[in-house]
Design a protein around this ligand. Structure first.
Ligand code: AMP
Ligand code: ZN
Ligand code: FE
Ligand code: FE
Length: 286
């Protein structure tokens, strides 16, 4: 049986593998296909795709966009992105600009708390153009303010942390529409990460179906078996495709392994085949 991973992060955003290393890692793990889905950037895709071509590994061009809801962020994955991304690039630039503004303010907040940190150190930590809290966390770890990334979020950067600031993101409709207009498979990412009120997810999906939502990520490192089952039921009910991936971040999330999550995740190749068949049935974007 062959396995795949359709949700990963490289150095282009907040993962620690270069795009090429990530793809080589996928081959070492024995995966048949991998997608790179960096936050708010597509700058790692060409390198990853070239590496995949050299290795004979199937590659899916992707990205992950954050959207805001009354319950906090919900994430959307675009899979099978085309090469020409004109309408998306503008949105990605907006998101990265908002990230930069927020990074400046978080660093100022940290300085106000007596932490000796400079924006340059954060930017140096980031290898790519999409910079965020994991890079700030890495600086805090390196300088000994916290013992690990997890403590950095708990103490400073997470929702209850002392230097937390929300990030300006897209409206869910906007994110789904822009990805859909490019002909991407638009997938609701890890919907079961947080506890949601009864009926909320159904309403959210119904809100996004007319915008072009086409799939739901049922298999994910943080999804229990029950959570995956629930996603499969929702997919069947709404006629959505099913996706799956680890949300690999390299050593920024050291316990999550490419293709394997915390150890028991396995996304069969048939998941990709079914998504591909669904794409063929839908035809090109109108
Ligand atoms: P940002 O995009 O700057 O808001 O940062 C979000 C990133 O931080 C995502 O990749 C999250 O997975 C990561 N993150 C959020 N909370 C934690 C945590 N407690 N420990 C490690 N990484 C986290
Ligand atoms: Zn991330
Ligand atoms: Fe996510
Ligand atoms: Fe992710």
């Amino acid at each position: 049986m062959q396995f795949i991973d359709l949700h990963t992060h490289s150095q282009a955003s907040d993962g620690t593998d270069s795009p090429g290393q990530l793809v080589r890692n996928a081959q070492i793990q024995g995966l048949a296909a991998v997608a790179v889905t960096d936050h708010d950037t597509v700058s790692g895709l060409d390198e990853a795709e070239a590496a995949a071509r050299d290795l004979g590994l199937e590659f899916v061009r992707g990205c992950e966009l954050s959207t805001s809801t009354e319950l906090g962020e919900m994430h959307v994955l675009g899979l099978w992105l085309p090469r020409d991304l004109a309408p998306l690039q503008d949105r990605l630039q907006y998101l990265r600009r908002k990230r930069s503004e927020r990074n400046v303010r978080i660093v100022e907040k940290l300085q106000g708390l007596g932490v000796e940190i400079e924006l340059d150190e954060v930017l140096h930590e980031a290898r790519g153009e999409s910079v965020g809290r994991p890079h700030i966390a890495a600086v805090l770890v390196r300088k000994g303010y916290v013992k690990d990334v997890s403590e950095a979020f708990k103490e400073y950067l997470g929702y209850y942390g002392r230097a937390y600031l929300p990030k300006e993101v897209l409206q869910p409709e906007e994110a789904v529409e822009v990805l859909s207009s490019l002909g991407a498979t638009v997938c609701l990412a890890h919907p079961m990460l947080q506890k949601l009120p009864e009926g909320w997810l159904e309403a959210f999906i119904e809100r996004l179906l007319p915008c072009g939502l086409t799939a739901i990520e049922a298999y994910h490192s943080e999804h229990s078996e029950a959570a995956s089952r629930r996603c499969l039921e929702l997919a069947r009910h709404y006629g959505l495709g099913v996706s799956g991936g680890s949300d690999y971040h390299g050593t920024n999330k050291p316990r999550i392994r490419l293709g394997k999550g915390y150890g028991s995740l396995r996304v069969p190749y048939s998941v990709l085949e079914e998504l591909r068949e669904m794409r063929a049935r839908r035809g090109p974007p109108c």
